[in-house]
Design a protein around this ligand. Sequence first.
Ligand code: ZN
Length: 185
Amino acid sequence: MTEKIYEDPVLGPVHIRKNPRARRISLRVNAARRISLTLPWVVPYRSGIAFLESRREWVQEVLGRIPERPAPDPAETERLRAAAKAVLPPRLAELAAAHGFTYNRLTIKNNVSNWGSCSVRGNINLNLRLVTLPPELRDYVILHELCHLRYMNHSPQFHALLEQVCPGHRTLEKQLRAYTPRGVK
Ligand SMILES: [Zn+2]
């Protein structure tokens, strides 16, 4: 079974699959807003795309009924916040001391836009969901922010410093992409 991703100009990515057992074209939108089109083996992709185009309005209507993100579970968020408050401040202090960094203040944030950030005043923000990551990725994010205390950019000097305190950081950076929220500032 092969899958292709078609970038529809209006709808965005559409996952197209050919299924030998399918007897007709079917178009689905799931709760995560993923659009999938299943084609019988003999139906060419261009016919599938024509079908999709004829049903764009329907897809948009369905997408309109799905909330952008599932509503966060307050109890789960509180549990994570408690875990984050227990784990992140001591770990940040420990890693800062180990590598000679001095930061001003830590704020634990609940956001979806980044794992962490560092301000020019030396304040570090860490996402409470860091406690859900494997420890080496959590440490990578913390060390990344600590290195921004010296370089407020992603220059080669920044990466050289980060490599010194977090060997193999490029690999960790790639591994982190498999998790949301995306991006470490
Ligand atoms: Zn950064």
